[in-house]
Write a protein that binds this ligand. Structure first.
Ligand SMILES: NC(=O)c1ccc[n+]([C@@H]2O[C@H](COP(=O)([O-])OP(=O)(O)OC[C@H]3O[C@@H](n4cnc5c(N)ncnc54)[C@H](OP(=O)(O)O)[C@@H]3O)[C@@H](O)[C@H]2O)c1
Length: 332
């Protein structure tokens, strides 16, 4: 391909523990080898991107770096027979945006094994409204249902409900026939959560009870938690018998302190949710569900579209817990 430049949001290390972000001109030579070159149309901002963009070594080891764990676009070149020039594809997770230049650049080059054909029923834009956050919410619900969760058992708690995973989880649960209880720290966004399908809205503090009692009275039949810490502990201790609590995040804390009683007295199940290395057959199954039976009505309600030039400001807001729903990045 002839040489040309494209735009990317690059994170540069300016001193130890200090990084700076800028929109930089890159060339295809800046991309690693890989079978599939994709012209990125949309990306989205995930919590992991905000960590990478602020120099978190647990996510990104080497800088300069282009974050963006999500990308959706059109195949420009492929040396793998499964993909042809012009195919619309989604790439999320694996190492994208962590130590491989990610979706905050107008081009990515990745192994063909990371690529998912855009499922019919979702546009490239819609696939990035969901992105890793929506995929993770769906994976959580899938695992809960595999483990017996059913709408008749009662309402399901969603913590961090106005966030990316949270908003997707509330909308998805409502779509799948559940009654979502949304827990949020944002009092001004109750109408937003109701519009997504929340049947009850509670404060963050209501799901943050100190560990005085090993179990609390049952308040939900299951939970999708992206907060961790004492919030996850409360979600487990107040879960009804045989319910499933899916843990996928740590915006509050990575720690968990509970006794074994909810597990051995009530049969509560704690399910780990890991989207990054989700095996391809399950990955395809989840995307297919998101495009059909679990296609969220009014997906655009959870989206805020921004350009690459305006992305920078949202990164810090996300780390302060101040964003709402999904920030989708337009790279066309
Ligand atoms: N396991 C996986 O595969 C996977 C995949 C995707 C994301 N994640 C993880 O899931 C978490 C959420 O990701 P996201 O993209 O949804 O982030 P996000 O959009 O920033 O949402 C997080 C939400 O949590 C709430 N929150 C923020 N700070 C908090 C605090 N200190 N205590 C309690 N609640 C707080 C806020 O919602 P309210 O104001 O409504 O309370 C915030 O909007 C992150 O830890 C991320 O790494 C994991």
């Amino acid at each position: 391909m002839p040489s040309f430049t494209y735009k990317a949001l690059r994170v540069h290390e300016i001193s130890e523990n200090q990084v700076e972000r800028s929109i930089t001109s890159c060339t295809l030579d800046d991309l690693p080898p890989g079978e599939v070159l994709v012209r990125v149309h949309y990306s989205s901002l995930n919590y992991k991107d905000a960590l990478s963009a602020t120099g978190n070594r647990g996510v990104t080891r080497h800088y300069p770096h282009t974050p963006g764990i999500d990308a959706a676009g059109v195949v420009e070149e492929s040396s793998d027979a499964r993909y042809q020039r012009g195919d619309e594809v989604i790439v999320t997770s694996y190492d994208l945006g962590m130590n491989t230049p990610g979706g905050f650049g107008q081009y990515i080059r990745v192994p063909a094994d990371w690529v998912v054909p855009r499922p019919q029923g979702l546009s490239l834009y819609e696939s990035m409204i969901l992105g890793t956050a929506g995929f993770t919410a769906a994976l959580a619900l899938h695992k809960m249902e595999q483990n017996g969760q059913h709408p008749d058992q009662g309402p399901v708690l969603v913590t961090g409900a106005t966030g990316g995973v949270g908003s997707s989880a509330v909308a998805l649960l409502a779509k799948a026939g559940y009654q979502p209880i949304a827990s949020t720290g944002k009092q001004d966004l109750h109408a937003y959560l109701e519009a997504l399908g929340a049947t009850e809205i509670i404060s963050r503090e209501a799901v943050d009870e100190p560990l005085r009692k090993p179990m609390l009275s049952s308040r939900w039949a299951g939970a999708i938690d992206s907060v961790g810490g004492s919030t996850l502990g409360t979600a487990i201790r107040a879960c009804a018998p045989n319910g499933n609590v899916a843990t996928c995040g740590l915006v509050g804390s990575p720690n968990l302190s509970v006794t074994v009683f909810p597990f051995i007295i009530r049969g509560v199940n704690l399910l780990g949710v890991e989207s990054a290395e989700c095996p391809m057959p399950l990955r395809l199954q989840i995307w297919q569900k998101l495009a059909t039976t679990w296609r969220i009505d009014h997906l655009s309600q959870i989206a805020h579209l921004c350009s690459l030039d305006h992305l920078n400001g949202y990164i810090d807001l996300m780390l302060q817990g101040k964003t709402r729903g999904r920030i989708v990045v337009d790279l066309r």
